[in-house]
Unconditional design. Structure first.
Length: 153
C-alpha cells in the first residue's frame, strides 16, 4: 500500500504487477495506475515483463537478479535484510528500510534514478551476471538433468 501511494505521486502511468493475494489490500481502488493481479503460476511471466522489481529480499530477489531486473529491495524480515545487505555490497540493488524517516523521498529518488535509465540497466546486467551466471547455471541444470535421466535407465 505504501509503495502504491508513493507511485501515485509520480506523474506517469504504470502497470503495476502484484500477486493475486494483494487484492484484499484494496490497493487498486486508490491507485492512479493500472494494477494487474497475477496468479502464482504466472509469477515468472510478469517478472520478465517488469522494468523494475520491488521485492522484500527473499527468493524473489534472486529471481529478479537472474532475470537482470532493476531492483528496489524493502526487506520485511531479518533473513531478507541479510540477503539484501550482501547483494547491496555488490551494488546490484537499491535497499530501503520501511522504518527510515525518509522512506518516501528515498523511494522516489531510487525510482527516478532507475526506471528509464538504460545506462543503469547495462551496469546491472553486468553485475547481476557476476552474481548468477546464467550460462553456468544452465550447464549445471543440464548436468543434473542428464545425471537424473541416466540414473533412471
Amino acid at each position: 500500500k505504501k509503495v502504491v501511494k508513493i507511485l501515485n505521486n509520480i506523474d506517469q502511468k504504470f502497470n503495476i504487477f502484484a500477486p493475486e493475494n494483494y487484492k484484499n489490500l484494496n490497493i487498486s481502488s486508490n491507485s492512479n495506475h493500472r494494477i494487474i493481479f497475477y496468479k502464482d503460476k504466472e509469477y515468472y511471466s510478469y517478472l520478465k515483463r517488469s522494468k523494475l522489481v520491488i521485492t522484500s529480499g527473499g527468493i524473489s530477489l534472486f529471481d529478479a537478479i537472474f532475470n537482470k531486473r532493476k531492483i528496489i529491495c524493502i526487506p520485511q524480515y531479518e533473513h531478507q535484510k541479510k540477503n539484501a545487505i550482501k547483494i547491496l555490497k555488490r551494488d546490484a540493488i537499491r535497499l530501503l528500510n520501511l522504518e527510515n524517516k525518509r522512506f518516501n523521498s528515498k523511494f522516489k529518488e531510487f525510482f527516478y534514478d532507475m526506471y528509464d535509465n538504460n545506462l543503469y540497466q547495462k551496469k546491472i546486467n553486468v553485475i547481476h551476471n557476476r552474481i548468477i551466471n546464467s550460462k553456468m547455471l544452465n550447464k549445471t541444470l543440464n548436468l543434473i538433468s542428464k545425471t537424473y535421466a541416466d540414473s533412471k535407465n
